[in-house]
Design a protein around this ligand. Sequence first.
Ligand SMILES: [Zn+2]
Length: 395
Amino acid sequence: MQVRYRYRIYPSPGQEQALARAFGCARVVFNDCLRLRDACHAAGEKISDTEVQRRVITLAKRTPDRAWLGEVASVALVQACQDARRAYRNWFGSLSGKRKGRVVGHPKFRRKHGRQSIRLTRNGFALRSQRLYVAKVGEMQVRWSRPLPSGPSSVTVIREPDGRYYASFVVERKTAPLPACAREIGVDVGLDRLAVTSDGEVIANPRFLRVKERRLARAQHVLSRKQKGSVNRRKARQRVAVLHRKVREARLDHAHKTALRLVRDNQAVYAEDLAVAGLARTRLAKSVHDAGWSQLLRLLDEKARHYGRTFHRIGRFEPTSQVCSACGVKDGPKPLSVRTWACGGCGAVHDRDVNAAKNILAAGRADRLNACGGDVRPGLPPAVAGEAGTHRGAV
Ligand SMILES: [Zn+2]
């Protein structure tokens, strides 16, 4: 299966400049693609992918205001075109209902600030004596925190807002199935608790993560009060970027450990589909924790594949917190402040989230039986830049 391995890289000052050019060019090409497709769409014209690429790269290079596109590796520009195509397709598929899952909006234009990246296929990079060579940038030093399991098919070079650089390789990794076991579990992902299982286990967000999140919130508040263009504002922005990274790393680390444990201890793990969970809690889904849920679900899926276990999302809209898991009586909606309730049918007292997890387990089992024991796992997720995760320190 394909996974991503991420490493920190250390470009020289000259290489940083070359990368900045490449990021800029890829961003412009990506945005030009979107504008061109939007214009064609508005005019009711069909435009082929090759024609888009010809106009935003080949022809654009010949014009004075895009001539600088020639200074960077064309493979990075072609990949930017393909990223734009996929983003556009996802939006279209979502509009027409062909694409499953959460509704995807119009692709966003890439911005100059924030995370920057370029994607390169085999003809744009190489590994040479422990260094990463990138076309028109040069050989960069890599901190190999662990060995690559196989030769990478592509790499994404990333500059994070805090100024650190990373290389995220797409590699093929052999699965390592674990011996079968009989346990199955339902998982309810949540806000104040990362997850609650049908066994009644509460997996909280660790205290150190909450502390870091509070620090980040405070730094963001400080930043909002600094004058635009001032040195102090730049310093405050850097501090926010660093704290962002710390929160991200702490959350990812915790999600990895949680997902590994759940997959290792259970033959099958069931969870609510995020799109469904999002529907039920639209306002809250916008919260910062949203990232935590999708990350945990993605890692559960990835680890289940790797260890030969089953991870299945129940896709139907079911009010998992309203139905009594003991007798099946539907007890009506309850505000989020209600943590425990007694069933009007059988009198059983439920923890809201544990009850939901039990219903998820039952629904997941029913789904699998309906599928006649077939493999119900969804297809390979796309290798989104720097997102498909791997291990501690990734993303
Ligand atoms: Zn009941």
